[in-house]
Write a protein that binds this ligand. Sequence first.
Ligand code: SF4
Length: 311
Amino acid sequence: MDRVVILDGYTDEPAGLGVPPYLDVYPRYVAGAAWSVDKSIDVRYFTIDQVRGDWAGFVKIANETRVLIVIAGIVTPGKYLGGEPIRLEEIERIANMITKPIKILGGPVARFGYGSAGSAIAIPRSRFQRYYDLVVTGDADLVVYELLRNSYQSSKVSPALTHVDYGLINKFAVLGARVVTQHPNYGKNLIIELETYKSCPRYITGGCSFCATVRYGPVKYREAEAIVEEVEALYSLGLGTSGLVGRPTSTLTWPMTRVSWNSQGLIQRLLRSYSLVLGTWRPNWRPCTSTMLIQALFIIGLRRVLKLRRY
Ligand code: SF4
């Protein structure tokens, strides 16, 4: 049985937090991409903190795999209580120690470089090209998907592959949901980030000067049905009112006007799934002050709708 190992070196962007107890979308989408090609693939998920606790064990498992994907990227560096993001030397050390599989580097570090501290110039991604077979400047899940579809021939896959819409992502998100059960915080305090659109509405003005989120391009919205299906998949795994939260620039600013008000069943499912999210939403500090204000207005509006419609 083929195996894919995902090493989560943690991500932190204005659009999503992936440092425990948070889990961002990247590992879930990659797992879903692998399982969508072959549902029997043995997908193993590790956090960098787990690897630090047993380097030898991890190297043994990773060297028996077909693909190793390291996900990392701290765009907005902060202080973290739940884990320590992967260090620069660890990104390189892992690639040196693990020789057998196809090695992929994905996440913001591969797109924008390695950010070590606020205001510091990022170390360019070109530095990692000698350590990894593919340094993904596009979408890591799509690159893994094409790699597996091309019988693991990395020369046939462009690291710049990027989703043009949410078609495949929606599939990956639902299929990849079950990888959350491998997270060390699963069953405790795991908090899942949901994506409801890409980039930031401030793209049209160039975005905030310190932020890389607008470099994802024009905003692309996700359909309501797809959001509901992902929430339901996660909820069925036991992640409910204590474990779901929205990516801060997206979930609570996703435009409700995109839902036809004739779709009563869908609206009920959407609002119920959103109420799961809102049930635990708390205003964590992020640099998106303008987005936070929009979120606050959105919550007030949504709560009025919920009350008026008695959901
Ligand atoms: S509001 Fe500013 S900081 Fe927040 S995601 Fe948009 S551009 Fe980035």
